[in-house]
Design a protein. Structure first.
Length: 257
């Protein structure tokens, strides 16, 4: 699993890297024994500009993560609506075909719920493979019914199943739509640079206690943790729950315990 899919590990790594960068800046400052007021003032301006840039990047990344999280929630709702609608439209087919389609939809819905709950990628691949087989069987049933008895009723059932299959594709695309790795690398690099500059611009580098240099790394690490939590569909604690899919599943008579 990638580092950005483990928010806690990412936050710890970011904190350690930026804390070490701040102390590297302090050591570099100690190598230059003479301190000039103008030089420190110039570094203060640079540090302020770098921190502003870092704040903007974190803000943009947070906005991207929130929008992607909301998109995954909305698509889960749309997927549940599509499956529930097709379950009803299956009644427009013959009794035998309707029973087959509804039975297949129940199996399909079980797989979709597992898709949201799964964390292991290998398990996800097995779920997707099983869903693809069930989808092919469902389409074969509806297609045969539409060819045997073409009409408005079978057209509605076919359109409903098409919406079900499309909604799965949209959901999968949304789960693949993540914050680029390059953006993470840029944020971490600028964060490290900010801490190096902050350590270098300290007016008293001879002081050994620098508790203030825990603050910026901690704040940035917490920001990275929250962004990664929202952006990671499977690795974090903040995850999209299949509440709408489960609601549809429990609304079907044979699905009730």
């Amino acid at each position: 699993m990638a580092l950005v899919d483990t928010p806690l590990r990412l936050a710890v790594l970011a904190f350690v890297a930026m804390w070490a960068a701040a102390h590297l800046g302090i050591r570099l400052r100690r190598l230059k024994k003479e301190s000039e007021v103008d030089e420190l003032a110039q570094f203060g301006v640079i540090v302020g500009a770098a921190l502003t840039l870092l704040g903007l990047l974190i803000g943009f990344s947070y906005s991207m993560a929130v929008s992607r999280y909301d998109q995954r929630k909305n698509l889960e709702e749309e997927e549940a609506n599509a499956i529930g609608t097709e379950y009803l439209r299956a009644g427009l087919l013959s009794a035998a075909d309707a029973a087959k389609v509804r039975g297949g939809l129940k199996s399909y819905l079980d797989e979709r719920v597992l898709f949201y709950d799964a964390r292991d990628e290998q398990r996800v691949e097995r779920i997707n493979a099983s869903s693809a087989v069930i989808s092919a069987d469902l389409w074969s049933i509806v297609q045969s019914a539409a060819l045997a008895q073409p009409g408005a009723n079978t057209a509605l059932a076919a359109a409903g199943l098409n919406s079900v299959l499309n909604s799965q594709g949209y959901t999968q695309a949304a789960w693949w739509n993540r914050i680029p790795i390059a953006a993470w690398g840029l944020m971490l690099s600028i964060g490290i640079c900010c801490n190096v500059l902050l350590g270098y611009s300290t007016p008293h580098p001879e002081i050994k206690v620098h508790s203030v240099f825990f603050i910026l790394p901690a704040l940035v690490a917490v920001s990275f943790f929250l962004i990664s939590e929202l952006d990671s569909p499977r690795g974090g604690l903040i995850r999209v729950q299949p509440v709408n899919l489960l609601s549809v599943l429990h609304s079907w008579p044979s699905s009730r315990p």
